[in-house]
Design a protein around this ligand. Structure first.
Ligand SMILES: Nc1ncnc2c1ncn2[C@@H]1O[C@H](COP(=O)(O)OP(=O)(O)O)[C@@H](O)[C@H]1O
Ligand SMILES: [Mg+2]
Length: 450
């Protein structure tokens, strides 16, 4: 296995190929299973055949592999502030701080994975330490910036909070903080996944963080700000990086595809963006994976097949069936998707998204909408529907059959959206009854008299 892995590494799809070949041995297979469990690679059941221990690599995965391949996510790491997609609020504030020379001593970047935290931290370090800086519009080809991008700059120290989480590491950091920068103007400490530091380590860090030497800047990044001590957060300027909107992901992937000479349809890119859930890195990894499977031409059907996704049309059809309460159609669509080996959990999430969009539309349209099909649903009904679908989320994976669980969830959702309809009906009837000059109204009236 080792020899083979080594040879394959020389080839093009380093990331893909190593993962494929790991699947030959049982331990590797375990890792791959974890990848799947973590939802990184949702593959059609038939494709899983490729990854069985001892299975041979699919020839299409090895197609045309020139040397020295770098995965897209690394090759396309933003190098300047202008390269960062979808985080304008962060970029603008950092640029202003640099231009006005109001640079804080500690920053905290918070956001979901793959949205640009580490990249922005490095860009910020470049702006601080570039030749003639600090300046926001530095030249990325400047030797100092190149060194920072490559991770070889002596004064930009990246620490992975996940693996260096002990108090000893922080003590060491406290000592080195005292020394003047060797190469640049500032010593910049970038601590990634800072929430992984132990409480003792945090406490050791506090003092330094309060009054660091003039030449020291801290940039912390985390996906999980709740786990940080409030005393740390209050000493930092906090920036929240947002999930990147699908349109921007599509636009960026289009640019990458053009530059890489990959032909890919708009539908395929939209699908990839849908799966990435706002994470640019995830979208790029999926795109990379698709290139390994399909070569230089990628269609929407390819993406749907490989990842077991369901087409927008089918999701719309299912949403419409749920809206009409057409149980037979619901069962049939679920059955079709299951037979085609589609990912049913993903189907539920996509359906939720559709209902959520309709819900927003109903609010915009003044209380009801026909966005889900011919029938008109009220905001209340849609809210109930969405609630019921979300409740089903955790249950779909439980038990014996994902398919049955999904069916039950959908049928229940239909019921609960209807239950509300009866509710509102009673309300309407009561309102009507109130308007009638009946006995009840009279007794009401007589009661009010003193
Ligand atoms: N806002 C963004 N604009 C452009 N590319 C991005 C953005 N966010 C992430 N990426 C891509 O994802 C990769 C990883 O980004 P990174 O900054 O390390 O994410 P994080 O630290 O938030 O997990 C980058 O190399 C880049 O290719
Ligand atoms: Mg990161």
């Amino acid at each position: 296995m080792h020899g083979q892995t080594h040879e394959l590494r020389q080839d093009r799809k380093v990331a893909t190929v190593v993962t494929f070949s790991q699947c030959r041995g049982v331990p590797g297979h375990f890792h791959f299973q974890r990848w799947i469990d973590e939802g990184f690679w949702r593959l059609r059941k038939t494709n899983l055949e490729l990854f069985k221990p001892g299975a041979d690599l699919h020839p299409s995965a090895l197609r045309s592999m020139p040397a020295a391949y770098q995965v897209i996510a690394r090759k396309w790491r933003p190098q300047t502030f202008d390269d960062v997609v979808g985080q304008d609020h962060v970029v603008r504030t950092l640029r202003n701080a640099i231009a006005r020379n109001r640079i804080a001593h500690a920053y905290l970047f918070v956001g979901p994975r793959g949205t640009g935290k580490t990249s922005t931290a490095r860009i910020f370090a470049k702006a601080l330490n570039c030749t003639g800086g600090p300046k926001a519009d530095f030249d990325p080809a400047d030797p100092a910036c190149v060194a920072i991008a490559e991770g070889s700059h002596l004064d930009v120290i990246e620490i992975d909070g996940a693996s260096n989480n002990g108090v000893d590491q922080v003590r060491e950091l406290r000592e080195t903080v005292q020394y003047a920068p060797a190469q640049g103007r500032f010593k910049v400490y970038i601590i990634d996944e800072v929430h992984m530091l132990t409480t003792a380590a945090f406490n050791a860090l506090l003092k330094t963080l309060e009054e660091p030497p003039e030449h020291v800047k801290f940039v912390f990044a985390t996906t999980d700000p709740q786990k940080l001590l409030p005393t740390i957060v209050s000493r930092c300027q906090r920036f929240d990086l947002k999930p990147i909107p699908p349109e921007l992901i599509v636009q960026h992937l289009r640019k990458i595809a053009d530059a890489e000479g990959v032909k890919v349809t708009d539908g395929a890119l939209a699908c990839i963006a849908r799966m990435a859930d706002g994470g640019m890195r995830d979208s790029q990894s999926i795109f990379d994976q698709m290139i390994s499977f399909c070569g230089q031409e990628i269609s929407e059907a390819d993406v749907l097949d490989v990842y077991g996704l369901i087409s927008e049309e089918k999701i719309a059809a299912l949403a419409s069936a749920v809206a009409r309460g057409d149980n037979a159609a619901i069962v049939q669509i679920v059955d079709e998707c299951d037979t085609a080996g589609r990912d049913l959990t993903r189907l539920l999430l996509d359906l939720e998204n559709t209902v959520r969009t309709a819900l927003l539309q109903s609010i915009a349209e003044g209380g009801k909408t026909t966005a889900l099909g011919q029938v008109s649903l009220t905001t209340e009904q849609l809210t109930r529907l969405l609630d019921a679908l979300r409740e089903g989320e955790s249950k779909v994976k439980l038990g014996l059959s994902e398919k049955i669980n999904l069916e039950v969830t959908l049928l229940k959702a239909v019921e609960s959206s209807r239950a509300r309809a009866i509710d509102s009906l009673i309300k309407e009837l009561t309102a009507l009854a109130d308007e009638l000059p009946d006995e009840a109204a009279e007794t009401e009236g007589s009661k009010k008299k003193p």
